[in-house]
Design a protein around this ligand. Sequence first.
Ligand code: GDP
Ligand code: MG
Length: 434
Amino acid sequence: LADKLSAAFKRLKSKGKLSEPDIKEAMREIRLALLEADVNYKVAKEFTAKVSERAVGQDVMESLTPAQMVVKIVNEELTALMGSDAARLATASTPPTVIMLCGLQGAGKTTHGGKLALMLKKQGHRPLLVAADIYRPAAIKQLQVVGEKAGVPVFEQGTEKPVKICRAAVKHAKDYGNDIVLIDTAGRLQIDEVLMDELKEIKAAVQPQEILLVVDAMTGQEAVNVSKTFDDLLEITGVILTKLDGDTRGGAALSVRSVTGKPIKFVGVGEKQEDLEVFHPDRMASRILGMGDVLTLIEEAQSKIDQKEAEKLSKKMLENKLDFNDLLAQFQQVKKMGPLKNVLSKFPGMDKQLKDVDIDDRIMDRTAAIILSMTKEEREKPALINPSRKRRIAAGSGMKVEDVNRLLKQLDQMQKMMKQMGGKSMKRRMRMPF
Ligand code: GDP
Ligand code: MG
């Protein structure tokens, strides 16, 4: 994004004076750059309309060139788009302050519960983490590990009803002098009514000062859609945008605020517990404008990325270097095409064979959940996954160690198969989606 924007500005730089067509052309380029960065269409359109309105109407300041003037306006509007000032956490007038973390599975709720707990503890608070994800038995354990690492106590009551756990946790916090209660709620792979009802019930019971939605920046536009839906149903107070370290396009950061009206309060920038930052719209705007470190933000159109991914994958398969990152990328591409059965039925001859077969799409989700619980390194080098890592991965994904073993074996078999197939015919076979 930064590259595209600076290219748009560069063209303006050669001009002594800004004409309306110049601005129009620059705005067109900026709009394209935003769209390619996966910024919501409406947001991109409104943004450029605003900028050009200001640019056309305004006298160029004496100290600036016309191009600098436009950059300045774009910078200001980008900052405004993301919410101007860094948002602070609301606090309760009588402690404890209750913060609910919600979001889809794998977004980073549990991880960010730990990160926030550590940050707040360093600021002199006495946070309490609450295990309200009771559906995956291992979720409690995962939070306990996270809590231990942060040196913050974890409140749990096993598989008691989440709303009861949360009530009891607030009481516990009062009794033991914890001034902040951080609730780690359950997630789902998709938004569903049962979960929403549960979250609403918790909200009504503990009246949180903050309902922070945890969203994965790497999901781009989808992160924005998820934020909108959660906000409509639950009225969130802010967003934690996670995995910004892996988000190459920055689209989610730009659209979340203007689509939901709710500020991004924190960003997750890595897997370690220290990797949490307060979100500063002005700094993010400067970053996007390419002041240094993010000039490498990928600005390629989505189609090109998919194309490249596919090429990378087939090359890797040929070289027998297939890893879990590839598998996950494949799942995500396949998922875009719709239910597995429909996808398969598009292959010649498959239609009839599939007629009475029931394909469970959840298998793919479950497998994806296991892979999502692996670290980047583990995905690249499955050989690293020793028994203790297997237990951690199983815990994180709510699956059993046997499931992790099975998946590892499957990858191994796939690699062996690739080796055997090898040779020339591979390229033709690679047209298969997976
Ligand atoms: P939950 O299901 O929402 O509770 O998600 P988790 O907290 O279990 O996180 C899922 C995966 O995402 C884990 O492997 C985390 O290490 C990883 N993760 C979470 N936040 C970040 C982040 O900011 N950056 C990176 N790179 N990985 C993250
Ligand atoms: Mg969790």
